[in-house]
Design a protein around this ligand. Structure first.
Ligand code: FES
Ligand SMILES: [Fe+2]
Length: 337
């Protein structure tokens, strides 16, 4: 197993219109995305077979991708179907092998290496498009790697500093959680989350009900944060797409069920979510600067055991192992926020 075997988002479905060309990069691989004549999303290496111009600088005409340099023309299977310099006598056969693509939950996913990985599917976005649920979609480019991004997305102690007051205030409260590693996932269930939800408490929890809070990590790149307060449910699901070792494109779904307030709450939820992410973008860029200069060498508190387990899954993939084979682990942690 390697990181290339997993599915990564290259675009939201709505971004890839007909006759549109998108340039993307995943795990340092340059990709060009377009829709073939039958509407299917196609992803090819962004490099023309003729003289290696980037195809993403070209155009799509009737579902065919035309290279900007000498006009070699590719179909949805990556076959060269026209070479202007040969006129009508196209006797040469050339093909740019297409990557495996799946379109699901409003996202276009690519898999860079399809060998030995038939059982891996894209992560299913929870409650996407279900009646009664509302999803807002954000995209943010982090100047940091996937490991540090996913760590941040399920890290509690930073919230009282980076998101002071907006999301959580430091009250010296003790939190306890059960952390379980199983099936290439890490699940964290917080036992005694209460009302410490910062300035948005009046909306999220006006009656001071018990807050149920679980986080999870799904190897290699998905995190999910879930709050349940009475009948209200609020989920933050993030897919961190590795662009390079210094850059991660994060697709975040804010999915919620607020009953009658679903539509009304949308602009407010979007602004709230983006404001929090902006603060994380900043601190993660600073962290990357420091790591690039001095290397990555971390020290831990009990709260960081979560991140160690997440790292252990990603490191297993990095070694070519199947993260499902890691032994199960369960531990109880306590820390203060
Ligand atoms: S480089 Fe693409 S057609 Fe020549
Ligand atoms: Fe954060």
């Amino acid at each position: 197993m390697s990181f290339q075997h997993y599915w990564y988002i290259v675009a939201e479905s709505r971004e890839l219109g007909r006759d549109q060309v998108l340039a993307r990069q995943v795990l340092d691989e340059r990709l060009v995305c377009f829709r073939a004549a039958d509407g299917r999303a196609t992803v090819l290496r962004d490099r023309c077979l003729h003289r290696n111009a980037p195809l993403s600088a070209g155009q799509v005409r009737q579902g065919l991708l035309v290279c900007p340099y000498h006009g070699w023309t590719y179909d949805g299977e990556g076959r060269v179907v026209a070479i202007p310099a040969l006129g009508p006598e196209l006797r040469q056969r050339h093909c740019l092998p297409p990557y495996a693509v799946i379109e699901q939950d409003g996202f276009v996913y690519v898999q860079l290496d399809r060998t030995a990985a038939a059982q891996i599917r894209p992560f299913a976005m929870p409650h996407y498009g279900e009646p009664g649920w509302f999803t807002l979609r954000l995209q943010n480019r982090f100047r940091n790697n996937v490991a540090n991004c996913v760590e941040n997305f399920i890290d509690i102690p930073h919230t009282a500093f980076v998101h002071r007051r907006i999301f959580r205030s430091s009250t010296g409260e003790k939190l306890s959680a059960r952390v379980v590693l199983r099936n290439a996932q890490v699940h964290i269930e917080y036992a005694n989350e209460r009302r410490n939800l910062g300035s948005y408490r009046w909306f999220l929890n006006p009656r001071g009900l018990a807050v149920s809070h679980t986080d999870s990590f799904h190897a290699p790149n998905v995190t999910s944060v879930e709050y349940r307060i009475g009948r209200k449910v609020f989920l933050i699901t993030s897919q961190a797409v590795p662009v390079s070792e210094q850059e991660t494109l994060v697709y975040t779904d804010l999915t919620y069920r607020f009953g009658l307030f679903n539509r009304l709450a949308a602009p407010f939820v979007r602004r709230y979510g983006q404001r929090i992410i902006d603060q994380d973008l900043q601190i993660l860029a600073l962290q990357m600067d420091s790591i690039q200069r001095y290397g990555r060498e971390f020290r831990d508190t009990p709260a960081d055991h979560i991140h160690r387990l997440v790292d252990s899954l990603r490191e297993a993939i990095g070694r070519g192992e199947n993260p499902h084979d890691l032994p199960e682990a369960c531990l109880d942690i306590e820390f203060y926020v």
